[in-house]
Design a binder for this molecule. Structure first.
Ligand code: ATR
Length: 279
């Protein structure tokens, strides 16, 4: 391997508060990899051109964050199966053959956080996922890969939940409903994948859906996860968790894809909790 520093980065808009340069900086140092990783604020109308320029000028890999994850599908010349399922890309890699591969490590990051960091068992358990937008679509295939008893997708607009449930029915038992119809039987795991917290709103699900054994998980972190985490704690769940672990684990998946080594994540997650604050 060449000893020259190789260039990676994240494209987003806005991107100033992205934690990815911090995370990848630690990964590179820990693994002794000669890597530079920067955040690029890229407006939607410039996305495709800037991404092509990045790779043409020697860039090796990009993380893609909001609002570009769908546009990145078009920039990729090949897609992994999980990116195709997600219909969204969060990692672009320049391969040795010159082709740009689009992958999506979000769902794998979630699964790693749930199973390895939090020690949860999802197999044969009942899972409720709130929201039926891009975030839900992005994590459904890896989640269903754990073979839960059922994944109920509940959404403000029930038709979107029904459509997603149907689109993923070949991967496991899925059901799409409106919030009022999730039932009164407690779920083992409730995942918030709505953007409702941004406006301080909590999806109006029946109180019985949360029990003393239920683990609640918000895909977001920091202030964006605060309303849901607080609400879940007050509802008496076993544990309510923000998505910082998923953030670190999806980054580790990307790093491994790019550099062929898997970084340690536990101390990075601890550092992020210090930085962002435990909820
Ligand atoms: P993302 O890519 O982050 O998932 P999205 O595709 O815009 O973003 O989806 C946002 C999700 O949050 C949707 O499920 C949306 O519900 P609708 O499909 O009915 O729009 C949900 N959402 C946003 N604001 C909400 C709110 N105040 N209450 C409940 N759900 C909300």
């Amino acid at each position: 391997m060449s000893s020259a520093v190789e260039l990676y980065g994240v494209f987003g808009h806005p991107v100033a508060h992205s934690l990815s340069p911090f995370i990848h900086g630690i990964f590179a140092r820990d693994c002794g990899e000669q890597v530079s990783y920067r955040a690029y604020d890229v407006a939607p109308e410039e996305f495709e051109e800037r991404a092509k320029e990045f790779f043409a000028s020697g860039g090796r890999g990009l993380n893609i964050t909001l609002p570009h994850k769908i546009a990145a599908v078009e920039v990729a010349q090949e897609l992994t199966a999980r990116a195709a399922h997600a219909a969204a890309v969060n990692t672009l890699t320049l391969q040795d053959d010159g082709m740009v591969l689009g992958d999506n490590t979000d769902g794998a990051g979630l699964v790693r956080d749930l199973c390895d960091n939090l020690g949860l068992v999802v197999t044969q358990r009942r899972v409720l996922i709130l929201g039926a937008g891009g975030s839900t679509r992005g994590v459904l295939a890896p989640l269903l890969g754990l073979e839960p008893a059922i994944v109920v997708i509940a959404n403000r607009t029930p038709e979107r939940a029904e459509a997603l449930a149907a689109a993923f029915a070949d991967l496991g038992v899925t059901q799409g409903v409106g919030f009022a119809y999730v039932g009164e039987t407690p779920f083992d795991l409730i995942i918030n994948a709505t953007s409702a917290s941004l406006s301080g709103d909590i999806p109006p699900i029946p109180a019985g859906a949360i029990g003393p054994e239920t683990v609640c998980y918000d895909l977001a972190y920091g202030r964006s996860a605060m309303a849901f985490v607080r609400w879940a704690q007050q509802a008496g769940c076993a544990r309510a968790v923000q998505g910082l672990g998923m953030l670190v684990e999806q980054a580790a998946e990307s790093f491994q894809l790019w550099r062929g080594v898997r970084p340690e994540t536990a101390h990075v997650l601890a550092a992020l909790k210090e930085r962002v604050g435990s909820l």
